[in-house]
Design a protein around this ligand. Structure first.
Ligand code: AP5
Length: 215
């Protein structure tokens, strides 16, 4: 299955894609994660992307297209994938279609994670990633035992550089301006599935699985 995850920053795309990967063996491809790795490794691509990411703006379409083409071409993506954070505007959506067409494949579903905007700031300022396990956690919402499990694994709770209020505000504006139009784009193609994503992580996961026909 090939799935696009749509939704505002903090809507839970990464959290749910990680879980589908863990429990259903579906490959998560996150352009945000790929870009953050490139920045951390100080690759030429990472150096080009950094300023846009720090400002909460989109990295250029060409950079992400190259990354996504390369990732989709790897053997572990042959059986399907979940695109988390790509496409982010109409140009990227058209680019993606062309990349998939060349391979004779297509997107099966685009899932919109529908969240009340007022919860996003708290989710994003509270987000932490475990340095040992890579788990995405939250100091306000994660069960204490999950936060403790990170410490027990020898990890630290790390905050993303772009999870400060100023950058978050801009990321939300960019989402409304550039990415939200993709809701209509995928609706017109008959691929859109909308799930309520404001509730508890487990409830959202159950809705997501139902939407994808995974039981
Ligand atoms: P990216 O990494 O894609 O960030 P984003 O879209 O802003 O999305 P987030 O990762 O912030 O949110 P999420 O929906 O994954 O939420 P999460 O599951 O973590 O992009 C970062 C930057 O990279 C962009 O700004 C841009 O510069 C660049 N970039 C990336 N892709 C690009 C592209 N295609 N083109 C151009 N530039 C690109 O959850 C958030 C928090 O909430 C967590 O703490 C989690 O534990 C918690 N949480 C999740 N679900 C729930 C729930 N149901 N209840 C309570 N808490 C919850």
């Amino acid at each position: 299955m090939r799935v696009v995850m749509l939704g505002a920053p903090g809507s839970g795309k990464g959290t749910q894609a990680q879980r589908l990967q863990r429990e259903h063996g579906m490959l998560q491809i996150s352009t945000g994660d790929l870009l953050r790795r490139a920045v951390a490794d100080r690759t030429p691509l990472g150096m080009k992307a950094k300023a846009a990411m720090d400002a909460g703006e989109l990295v250029s379409d060409d950079i992400v297209l190259g990354m996504i083409e390369e990732r989709i071409g790897q053997p572990d993506a042959a059986a399907g994938f979940i695109l988390d954070g790509y496409p982010r505007n109409r140009t990227q959506a058209a680019d993606l279609e062309k990349v998939l067409e060349k391979r004779g494949i297509a997107i099966d579903a685009a899932v919109l994670m529908d969240v009340d905007f007022d919860v996003l700031m708290k989710r994003l300022t509270g987000r932490r990633t475990c340095s040992a396990t890579g788990a995405v956690l939250n100091i306000y919402f994660s069960p204490p035992e999950d936060l403790e499990a990170c410490r027990k694994a020898g990890g630290e709770l790390v905050q993303r550089a772009d999870d400060n209020e100023e950058t978050i505000s801009n990321r939300l504006k960019v989402y409304q301006r550039d990415t939200a139009p993709l809701i209509e784009y995928y609706r017109d193609k008959g691929l859109l599935k909308t799930i309520a994503a404001t509730g508890d992580v487990d409830d959202v996961y159950a809705s997501l699985k139902r939407a994808l026909g995974l039981g």
